[in-house]
Design a protein around this ligand. Sequence first.
Ligand SMILES: [Zn+2]
Ligand SMILES: [Zn+2]
Length: 338
Amino acid sequence: MKAIILEAPKRIRLSFLPTPKRRKNEVLIEPKTVGICGTDVSVYSGNLPVKYPIVLGHEYCAEIVDIDDNIYGLKQNDLVVGEGSWGCGACFFCLHGQFQYCEKQRQLGRTVNGVMSEFATVPGATLHNLPKGISLEEAQSIVTIATGLRAVHRGNVAVGNRLLILGSGHAGLILTQLCRIAGASLVVVTGTRRERLKIARKLGADETVTIDRKSWEDKVKKIFGDEGVDIVIDAAGRRDSLNQAIDFVKRGGTIIEFGTYTSKPDRFEAPQIYKKEITIIGSKGGAFEYEKAIDLVHQKRVKISPLISHRISLKETAEIFKQINEGTRDILRAVIEI
Ligand SMILES: [Zn+2]
Ligand SMILES: [Zn+2]
């Protein structure tokens, strides 16, 4: 079978591998669409070290090829979306149903082979049935929606909240929609690319601010006025974004750390956390949110199509990784159609 293999940082190629054999509790799947997310790019660049060589890819939709009868409510030929990671099943956290905290977590495309391939094997318990009415193209974003839902729930985003979202990538634009659905009275999105901010406004952002010159921070403060920002979601994960969030959030406000940091922040304004009584909440993964994420797409509440900027084949994938990493092309969301 064809697969996208990362052999070392930035050494990626389309190769041939034997079709994997499924073990007990596993399902053989045929991935149909796989999204390239920021984490994949961090793995590619070497910022997130992994076990090489590895097949990349963890945000996907697939068809079931081979499965034991009558398990997980699934059967052959079903279309499914799969979770990007799962627990070891034996540690303290896993035994307490908190597999997202498992220290031996299996992560597709990081600790075990991912799904940028013609076939893959995954635990049946990580799969969720895809209802009719959701396209294969939309389905690959459900992992990000689940992750966004976890952030919105952990941060208690509620009716009437005034929110600032730092970052207008695929995740930032999904969070924009989720905050709107949650009933936020004001959603402001910041980012460096105007085209993406235009999409943010179409998807429900009240205002957007382009990070282009010194005055952008004043613009944000002016929009929120004296009342300030109730909740800042850091979906940028830039070196300076946490400090910006600490600066923007109101006294007594909340910061949700959602971005994947690949380098440490330049500075950390710890005294401000005390002075302003800020609550900082980390949110990672989309545990227990998958069914709700599927439902939101099914009910057309979250829109995915406007976020997909590139539809590519496995053959084009290596080149796209290079372009995203080097920033030579503006790629909001590339979806591999296998
Ligand atoms: Zn991801
Ligand atoms: Zn575990």
